[in-house]
Design a protein around this ligand. Structure first.
Ligand SMILES: *Cc1c(COP(=O)(O)O)cnc(C)c1O
Length: 398
């Protein structure tokens, strides 16, 4: 008999495709294969109609006034790059400064770094020990020459939710556009670009049970008038902002996935919050020296980030073959650097190295949580014992 697959608790890295989303996509892989830009026959018309319906659904999901404010991209990485680099380049000469934070996803931080190499200046705002940005810091960082402020909606490691409404108000007052990376937030928490004063918003489908390889950038069309340059040049698709033939099946799946998330959002948030509490209570009941990282309430419902005193998270993962988990920075896990997010919280190195990120999602059940508690407790005890033995042996050698 083969072993059952590990329990999936890495929903911040990606989510499984919802079967209802796959069903919505399949006709567009088969008979409705047209190019949405083909204006001379029914194949093109059908593809275009599907894309425009999807655009409307996505716009309404984030409270956008006009579907034309949605530009399809390949994912959040591309949306973030288009937002930062596109706005910076369009303002070159008169506005050469950007404001962002130390806990952004690498898609924002590395785009900002590339702009610094091109002569732009960037302020990377600190966060408090819970991972929250202070709107007063945003106000203080904005200059005459600031072209864009970029603050993520929800962090992918510690789940912290930023005070976007206050930050939006600051940006409005100073007439600087506000971008937010909302990859982890859309479909999970209420998000409305009008109410929050967001001018650009990045999102993607694969974090919300949709397909990989499709995302969108919301771009406010009026007040303030945004200046932005495309990164890709070609056929002038997406009103000139993102050339390239649209992947119609992915676009359709994206919209279906967002709609399902919205329908189920509040119940699902309550369910995940309860499961997260069950996980935390279970760990605390059995183990000493466990501590949560991030804000206790202002966080994504499915996120729990925990440091286990006296263990190295990489060793812990090796002792946990039955659970698919990560230490948090899946996106930078190719490098062995400590998490830049936990570092920005000002945590000591040992606590950062001891951190595991639990990402609960739609498939997570109470039974799975109970099994995970048992496995993690055993793995932590085993790892701590090995370490104590190793220390004993080393002191015996002396
Ligand atoms: C996953 C993620 C990204 C990258 O999204 P892709 O669609 O995989 O390019 C960017 N920002 C955040 C906050 C994310 O969680």
């Amino acid at each position: 008999m083969s072993k059952p697959p590990p329990i999936y608790l890495d929903h911040h890295a990606t989510t499984p495709l919802d079967p209802r989303v796959l069903d919505a996509m399949l006709p567009y892989f088969r008979e409705d294969f047209g190019n949405a830009s083909s204006a001379s026959h029914v194949y093109g018309w059908r593809a275009e109609a599907a894309v425009e319906a999807a655009r409307e659904q996505l716009a309404s999901a984030i409270g956008a006034a006009d579907p034309r404010e949605i530009v399809f991209t390949s994912g959040t990485t591309e949306s973030d790059n288009l937002a930062l680099i596109g706005v910076a380049r369009a303002n070159r000469g008169h506005r050469d400064h950007l404001v962002t934070t130390r806990i952004e996803h690498p898609a924002v931080i590395d785009a900002a770094r590339s702009l610094e190499r091109d002569g732009f200046r960037v302020t990377y705002l600190p966060v408090d020990s819970d991972g929250l940005v202070d709107p007063a810091d945003v106000a203080a960082a904005i200059e005459e020459r600031t072209a864009l402020v970029s603050v993520m909606a929800a962090n992918s490691e510690i789940g912290s939710l930023q005070p976007l409404e206050e930050i939006g108000r600051v940006c409005r007052e100073r007439e600087v556009p506000l971008h937010t990376d909302a990859a982890q937030a859309v479909g999970k928490i209420p998000l409305d670009v009008e109410r929050l004063g967001i001018d650009l918003l990045s999102m993607c489908a694969h974090k919300l049970y949709g397909p990989k390889g499709i995302g969108a950038l919301y771009l406010r069309s009026r007040r303030p008038r945004l200046r932005i340059e495309p990164l890709l040049h070609g056929g002038g698709h997406e009103r000139g902002l993102r050339s390239g033939t649209l992947p119609v099946p992915l676009v359709v799946g994206f919209a279906r996935a967002v709609s399902l998330c919205l329908e189920e959002r509040d119940q699902e948030a309550a369910r995940l919050t309860a499961l997260r509490q069950r996980l935390w209570d279970g760990l605390c009941a059995e183990l000493d020296g466990v501590v949560q990282n991030g804000h206790s309430e202002l966080r994504l419902p499915g996120n729990l980030n925990v440091s286990f005193e006296g263990v190295d998270a990489d060793h812990l993962l090796l002792a946990l073959p039955g659970v698919a988990l990560s230490t948090g920075s899946a996106c930078t896990s190719a490098s062995a650097e400590p998490s830049h997010v936990l570092t920005a919280l000002g945590l000591p190195g040992a606590r950062i190295r001891a951190a595991l990120r639990f990402g609960l999602g739609r498939s997570t059940s109470a039974g799975e949580i109970d099994s995970v508690v048992g496995q993690v407790v055993a793995a932590v005890r085993e790892t701590r014992e090995k370490r104590a033995l190793g220390q004993l042996r080393r002191s015996g050698d002396r």
